[in-house]
Design a protein around this ligand. Structure first.
Ligand SMILES: [Zn+2]
Ligand SMILES: [Zn+2]
Length: 310
């Protein structure tokens, strides 16, 4: 099959965007990269750019954005950037920093490293943790119940990475980064690089990056297979951005998913996604309530009706 010029250009957009992100944080004007709001602008900007690319280079018509999906995605994007971000800082990062100070741990060696090496180290640390957390979620029921809502999504787009149960969003954001002394711009470059990769890995964009990219980084082909309706295909490709980890740890699988979702592709509402991990307990309580009500009625009937035989 002949590749059109448009396809060839689209295939190069993910690596080109990574190069732009790295160039921005490495060489951008101090006033911009040093601004406290810089990361809060660049992160959503990446999602917006890729959402716009979906309009001009769609992968599957069945994944096309609509009003209902848009507002669900927006809700989770805001939730992640506010409450989840705050909780991660207060419950995980701040205690880690305090423990580091109390124990007198020094990690100045990180700051001595070349800038690009710092970016790579940050990506590796984040991805290593996320890979095992994601794999655990697929293998242990209490954690799976928090991750299942993300697998109930029935279509993919650039913003879908943010959609999931709030407990999952918190768990997946945990990392050991707070222990290390990074140049802040290297850390932000790492966040945005992973952002570009994982946004494209969920995006409805007809872009299949070059083989050297997909050897290291997760693409939509890898991740759509992970979202497949076929259970055995979901048990692979756990890497959020570094598919290399799946290759190393033996969970890599080649292929692509088009029909995504699970349990007869049942789409969950935000309320159902939020309550999902507690649903077994809620159901059990409901059954118990019904049983005791029925039992009460039976007891009332027993009392009201005369015994047939003595
Ligand atoms: Zn998963
Ligand atoms: Zn996903």
């Amino acid at each position: 099959m002949q590749t059109s010029v448009k396809d060839r250009v689209f295939n190069l957009i993910p690596p080109a965007m990574i190069a732009m992100v790295l160039a921005f944080w490495a060489f951008g004007p101090k006033a911009l990269v040093g601004h406290p709001w810089a990361l809060s602008v660049t992160s959503p900007l990446i999602v917006i750019v890729v959402l716009l690319l979906e309009l001009v280079g769609e992968r599957h018509a069945g994944w096309r954005m609509n009003k209902r999906e848009f507002f669900t995605d927006l809700y989770y994007s805001v939730l992640s950037a506010t409450i989840i971000f705050w909780l991660t800082e207060k419950l995980a990062d701040d205690p880690l920093k305090a423990a580091k100070a109390a124990l007198g741990i020094k990690t100045d060696w990180v700051l001595q490293m070349p800038w690009l090496m710092q970016v790579m180290l940050a990506i590796f640390l984040l991805e290593f943790g996320q890979y095992w957390m994601h794999r655990l979620m697929h293998n242990w029921t209490p954690f799976w119940l928090t991750h299942a809502p993300h697998h109930h999504i029935t279509q993919l787009n650039a913003a879908k990475g943010a959609v999931g149960n709030p407990i999952e969003l918190f768990l997946i954001s945990l990392s050991v980064l707070a222990v290390f002394d990074f140049d802040p711009t290297a850390l932000f470059a790492a966040f945005n690089t992973m952002g570009v990769i994982s946004v494209f890995a969920h995006a409805n964009v007809r872009s299949d990056p070059p083989i050297w990219y997909s050897f290291f980084f997760t693409t939509i082909r890898h991740h759509s297979l992970h979202h497949s309706i076929y259970y055995e295909n979901t048990r692979c490709n756990y890497g959020n951005s570094l598919i290399l980890l799946d290759r190393i740890f033996g969970t890599y699988k080649e292929g692509e998913g088009v029909l995504v979702g699970q349990d007869d592709r049942k789409r969950l509402s935000i309320r159902e996604q939020t309550l999902f991990p507690f649903q077994p307990i809620i159901d059990k309580m409901k059954t118990r309530k019904m049983a005791s009500r029925n039992g009460g009625e039976l007891a009332a009937n027993d009392q009201g009706e005369p015994a047939a035989t003595a």
